[in-house]
Design a binder for this molecule. Structure first.
Ligand code: 9MR
Length: 457
């Protein structure tokens, strides 16, 4: 939970339940017992992601819930859903003051019956506004937007894990400016006003800013969103997460510095989510890289693909999804499942390239070096982690563990501990630039270590 003033851990309980139910499902279907020393291999995307403390979800078109081929794949493979269109402003408030929750509620009911987490999409957006809102401006529009946020977040209170509070508020191109829209013209503070209203209405939902083309760390748009999130954190505006839509379609490509983008946002103290993934022609390599990058960043909570079968895609001509139009698994499906299951496949390209030097927005916690986490083997009671340091040959790295988890052994470094025993400072000891450790789960199977800092010398 990113904000200590919030009510206690609904999200955490849900996530733990998800991991447990996925593990039970695995045992039931495989008929196998996962023993220490034998890495488990889950057979569905959701179960495999849950074993790594993450979710694997999809956008759902509620009308397709009547299609049994669709629903069979949905229920088998995914443990998180986002309404593709049914929770947008025009769907929920077609006439001012008249709310239509039917389809959104149907999705929430379906998700609940299947133990799936729900991402709410989206409370405030320049697009898909109902006609009455498109025609508004100034204070009238600001108040109508805030009322929509309050009403909808209140209606779904307790049922939504994450809200995309604001969607796509930055301009494309090199300006780094906000996108011009009727909402933007109500004043630059419209985004933070929406976040504050959402927090008040549903204090237990995690609140996200969501956008596309913020995947490449060097892009002006990425940097501009980064600076906004940094400013919100500095001023106490309630924001918990950033959603990278990651539509690698329509001419946009997976960038080799994607992992840097994920970890840079995470270093601001927000979770990161890959919220609308699709990739032109579904190349296995790019899908695998996205999974590996998410698993390498502790605060990357999960991946949502933007549809199930190619025929369900908003860009079906690019065949960008994991299932073909007949519902069969494509090669990219196998690549994703394998990457989720072993989690240690080295990505191609050079995704750990640090942000450009001299860039004033280069984030902490690096101080002369960068520490990159690679998750290791997971057993029933414990898991391994290795950390590789680049940029310095002598270093100290501060790693925090979530109690009641405890580090039980370390290698290739000299550790010291704080008084709680949960924060380890690992110093180089001449054994190279990769150190490792084993963490006992002690009942918490989902938390993973967080890098607090990397200091050269
Ligand atoms: O997939 C959605 C499509 O069915 C709608 O027609 C479209 C309308 O704007 O929105 C699509 O979803 C978008 C999402 O809400 C926000 N990010 C971009 C998605 C693809 O356009």
């Amino acid at each position: 939970m990113a904000n200590s003033s919030r009510a206690p851990g609904r999200s955490r309980r849900l996530r733990t339940a998800l991991v447990v139910s996925a593990a039970v499902g695995l045992l039931a279907t495989a008929g196998a017992v996962v023993l220490p020393g034998s890495a488990s291999a889950a057979s569905t995307l959701g179960a495999s992601a849950a074993e790594r403390g993450r979710y694997f979800g999809t956008a759902v078109a509620v009308s397709r819930l009547n299609d049994s081929a669709y629903t069979t794949i949905l229920n088998r493979e995914f443990n998180q859903v986002t309404a593709e269109n049914e929770m947008k402003i025009d769907a929920l408030q077609p006439n001012q003051g008249q709310f239509n929750y039917g389809n959104g509620d149907r999705l929430v009911q379906h998700a609940r019956s299947q133990g799936m987490l729900v991402r709410g999409h989206t409370l405030a957006w320049h697009a898909q506004q109902p006609g009455w809102m498109q025609n508004m401006s100034g204070t009238t529009l600001r108040n109508a937007m805030l009322n929509h946020v309050t009403q909808v977040a209140t209606h779904y209170r307790g049922q939504i894990e994450w809200w995309d509070v604001v969607n796509e508020a930055f301009a494309d191109g090199s300006s780094g400016a906000r996108r011009d829209s009727n909402l933007q013209r109500t004043g630059n503070d419209w985004i933070e006003a929406a976040f504050r209203a959402a927090r008040q209405a549903d204090p237990n939902a995690d609140l996200c800013y969501n956008d596309y083309n913020i995947d490449n760390w060097n892009d002006a748009k990425t940097q501009a969103v980064y600076r906004m999130v940094q400013d919100f954190k500095n001023r106490g505006v309630p924001i918990d997460c950033v959603g990278l839509q990651s539509h690698f379609t329509g001419g946009s490509n997976y960038p080799s510095n994607y992992r840097t983008t994920l970890s840079s946002f995470a270093a601001l103290g927000v979770d990161v989510h890959i919220t609308e993934l699709d990739i032109r022609n579904a190349p296995s390599d790019a899908y695998r890289n996205v999974v590996n990058d998410c698993i390498a960043v502790a605060r990357c909570k999960g991946i949502t693909v933007w549809g199930i079968r190619d025929s369900d895609s908003w860009r079906s001509s690019e065949s960008p999804l994991l299932f073909n139009s007949s519902g069969q698994k494509k090669p990219a499906y196998d690549a994703v499942l394998t990457a989720l299951n072993n989690g240690t496949t080295p990505p191609t390209g050079n995704p750990t390239t640090p942000p450009p030097t001299g860039n004033p927005t280069t984030p902490p916690p690096s101080s002369g070096c960068t520490a990159t986490v690679t998750p290791g083997q997971v057993w029933g009671d414990r898991y391994n982690t290795s950390v590789t340091v680049s940029g310095a040959s002598t270093w100290s790295v501060v790693v925090a563990i979530t109690a009641p988890q405890k580090i039980s052994s370390t290698w290739s470094g000299s550790p010291t501990w704080d008084s709680s025993g949960n924060v380890m400072t690992m110093r180089s000891n001449g054994s190279g630039n990769t150190f490792g450790f084993t963490t006992m789960m002690n009942g918490n199977s989902s938390a993973r270590p967080q890098i607090r800092s990397c200091t050269a010398g």
